[in-house]
Design a protein around this ligand. Structure first.
Ligand code: ATP
Ligand code: MG
Length: 276
């Protein structure tokens, strides 16, 4: 295939993506340069909380190599549906339409050993082939870093991308890396909704004192702090068991913070809409 052939195939795919996202109002991407800071947890809790607020929500797991959304939501054994004309039907759970490449795989213990171009194409096809339906929000859980997956989502979903949420944990080293993710969003002209400071502190189980396990919270210049989420062993347990939804109904401090973050995100998105 010549250069023009490649271009027209790519443009066709973009058109397909736009068609499939026709009835999706806002795409919100959850990004961090750093791994293991809680992107997937924040993506899932944001989706659950928005859905409980009456929003129509979809959640795309864009982490091809390390998908954790199916596990967090307790749907790791489910499969995406397929229609006769080859469309994909999301798995519905907690009122959310969930799509993950993992939910198409027969052998879920096999690693995905792909290079960039194949990942990019598969991600685009996953978005293009899904019957998303009418959604107020499509939350995208990105893998760590600012490579293929983040770039693909940023470019292909450009017209719908309302904003990005950065996830960080305390400490100067993490800040250094998360700032790269901020610059990535700036470079691509994607609005920044703010930063979630996860694992910000823990509570002493005896006296309730605030303990800053990972050090002090370093502000990221130009980014609103959407909320500080404490490290909570109960939350880690809930994630292990695929019981995040139940956890978000609890009175635990982290549960409250996660719900407040979702409300703040909603506020920012609504405000953005008013100011055009
Ligand atoms: N506030 C918290 N309290 C307790 N456990 C937490 C908290 N935030 C995240 N975790 C746990 O930390 C681990 C990493 O979280 P998560 O998978 O969401 O991070 P991630 O940034 O998506 O990682 P990756 O870069 O691999 O995609 C998970 O086991 C999760 O349950
Ligand atoms: Mg993750």
């Amino acid at each position: 295939m010549g250069e023009r052939g490649h271009l027209s195939t790519f443009n066709q795919l973009i058109e397909e993506v736009n068609r499939s996202l026709k009835s999706v109002k806002h795409v919100i991407a959850v990004l961090s340069g750093k791994g293991g800071v809680g992107k997937s947890l924040i993506s899932a809790s944001l989706s659950i909380a928005l859905s409980r607020d009456g929003r129509r929500v979809a959640l795309l797991d864009a982490d091809v190599h390390g998908p954790s959304i199916p596990w967090i939501l307790g749907i790791e054994d489910r499969f995406l549906g397929t229609t006769v004309d080859g469309k994909l039907v999301p798995v519905e759970v907690d009122g959310i339409a969930v799509v993950s490449l993992e939910l198409l795989l027969e052998d879920r213990s096999a690693p995905i050993v792909w290079r960039g171009p194949l990942k990019t194409k598969t991600l685009i096809q996953l978005v293009a082939s899904t019957l998303w339906g009418e959604r107020d929000y499509l939350v995208v859980d990105l893998p760590p870093g600012t490579g293929d997956e983040a770039l693909t989502i940023a470019q292909v979903l450009r017209s719908k991308l309302t904003g990005v949420i950065l996830v960080s944990t305390p400490g100067a080293m993490v800040k250094h890396i998360v700032e790269k993710a901020k610059r990535f969003a700036d470079m691509l002209g994607i609005p920044l909704l703010g930063v979630v400071m996860n694992m910000a502190y823990a509570r002493c189980p005896r006296c309730g004192a605030r303990i800053e396990i990972f050090g002090s919270i370093e502000p990221i210049e130009g980014a609103e702090v959407l909320g500080e989420v404490p490290l909570d062993p109960q939350l880690a347990k809930a994630v292990e068991r695929g019981e995040l939804a139940q956890y978000l109904s609890s009175d635990n401090e982290a549960s409250k913070r996660l719900r407040e973050i979702a409300r703040r995100v909603e506020e920012l998105v609504e405000k953005g809409k008013d100011s055009g």
